[in-house]
Write a protein that binds this ligand. Structure first.
Ligand code: EPU
Length: 420
């Protein structure tokens, strides 16, 4: 096992290149199962979750090759409809093969992903949507088993208690593209990653209108062809570096981004007093010596993303005054709070809100990463803390941030990896 060591106190400045979006790539790779021919996906980040998906696609019978940031997927004639526990248990997003398998083979057996450290992660919306298309679904021995003689387009309302669902929308869309007739998905997730998936499916020959909105209209087609697609930049990685710029009172230019995808964060950083400017594909963040506290509530896109909640909290821990950070997507996603408090922050929980009282400085400590975004928050905290911070269980960070210490070093951070 490895840990990340950070010597805090360096002001970050310079440019950083953002990688392709993990959460767009994963369902897009799964969607390639729907094609008759080979698809080539470009701008793919080199991450642990992507390797897991590659292993899963191979175990399902696809031929997958990787080279220099691109992955080609060619489904063979002997696809297997089974996603086993061994692979699904290491990555919850494996559930996104359910829709394509059902669409293509009319059957699928996918291990139930179960909960995770950020809270319970039900799949009732995935099931509701696929059942509406005509699938018979049972849960047996820890597996979701889905079968359908044929899939038929329907009107489906896909909202749950916490709003829309990114991967449920993806799954239902991927099954509906090969269904008979027309499907309407209401309350579809409109995250940029869902829109990117819709665009890839369209390149494959699918008929989809409304990608990136809450209403998707899908006209089923008989066959899909392989396609070439370039994945959008990772707005969460970009956001993490933007927060790092503000937090270190630095001057960071984030390159290869779509600034509009981060409007909610840009708005909050500006409200906090940071200087944020952007061009068509760059965002520059200059942190002021003293920032102001801002309240943040996470919401589905275009609201403030839950995947940047922990990083924003790290920023608020050293911002004078009181801020309230409320989690409306995953009410329990606060594992980073106790670790930040070990570094001297003053955060206490009130239901699904964190009340943050800014302190003058954090102090370096041994801390434990609990999930991907919590790890990012601890890294950010370490960058501004006095002295040395050791972030343990860093494998979480490797699931979602490509070459993170190299990129941070490029901005002047003192950060390196050590064996435990
Ligand atoms: N939900 C239900 N029923 C469902 C599905 C979801 O109630 O059937 C609830 C969830 O419990 C949650 C809310 O709906 O309260 C939204 O969850 P969603 O389904 O949108 O999450 P997801 O699709 O499983 C993706 C990202 C997550 C990101 C969320 C929210 C991928 C691979 N994962 O998950 O990313 O937090 O959307 O934006 O796309 C991460 O990258 O660190 C990460 C956790």
């Amino acid at each position: 096992m490895e840990k990340l060591v950070i010597q805090g106190g360096k002001r970050l400045s310079g440019e950083v290149e953002i990688s392709g979006a993990k959460n767009a790539t994963l369902p897009i790779l799964a969607a390639a199962l729907l094609a008759d021919g080979e698809s080539v996906i470009e701008n793919v980040p080199n991450l642990r979750d992507i390797s897991t998906m590659v292993r899963l696609l191979r175990s399902l019978g696809a031929r997958v090759t990787q080279s220099n940031g691109s992955i080609s997927v060619k489904p063979t004639n002997s696809l297997v409809p089974l996603a086993p526990y061994k692979l699904v248990s290491t990555m919850r997003a494996s559930i996104c093969v359910l829709g394509p398998l059902l669409g293509r083979l009319h059957e699928a057996e996918v291990s139930l992903p179960g909960g995770c450290v950020i809270g319970p992660r039900p799949i009732d919306l995935h099931i509701k949507g696929l059942e509406a298309l005509g699938a018979k679904i049972t849960i047996e021995h820890g597996y979701v088993k889905a079968k359908a003689k044929e899939l038929r387009g329907r009107e489906i309302y896909l909202g749950g208690s916490f709003g829309s669902s990114v991967l449920a929308t993806g799954n239902v869309m991927m099954a509906a593209v090969l269904a008979k007739g027309e499907t309407w998905i209401e309350n579809a997730a409109c995250e940029p990653e869902v829109e990117d998936l819709a665009n890839f499916l369209i390149c494959m020959g699918a008929k989809i209108e409304g990608g990136g909105t809450h209403l998707l209209r899908i006209q089923g087609v008989k066959k899909l062809r392989g396609a070439r697609h370039r994945v959008i930049p990772d707005r969460i990685e970009a956001g993490t570096f933007m927060v790092a710029g503000a937090m270190s009172r630095g001057d960071v230019m984030v390159k290869n981004v779509i600034p509009q995808h981060n409007n909610a964060l840009i708005d909050k950083l500006r409200a906090a007093g940071a200087d944020v400017t952007h061009t068509k594909n760059t965002v520059r963040v200059r942190g002021k010596k003293v920032l102001k506290p801002v309240d943040v509530t996470t919401l589905p896109y275009p609201g403030f993303p839950t995947d940047l909640q922990a990083q924003m909290m790290a920023l608020m821990t050293i911002t004078p005054g009181i801020s309230v950070i409320t989690e409306k997507i995953y009410p329990d996603r606060f594992m980073h709070v106790s670790e930040l408090n070990r570094m001297g922050s003053k955060v206490f929980m009130e239901g699904s809100s964190a009340i943050v009282t800014g302190v003058k400085r954090l102090s370096g400590a041994h801390v434990m990463a609990s999930d991907l975004r919590a790890s990012a928050a601890l890294l950010l905290a370490g960058l501004v803390a006095e002295g040395r911070t050791d972030v343990h269980r860093i494998y979480h960070l490797d699931r979602g941030y490509e070459k993170v210490e190299e990129k941070m070093k490029g901005l002047g951070a003192a950060v390196w990896r050590e064996k435990e």
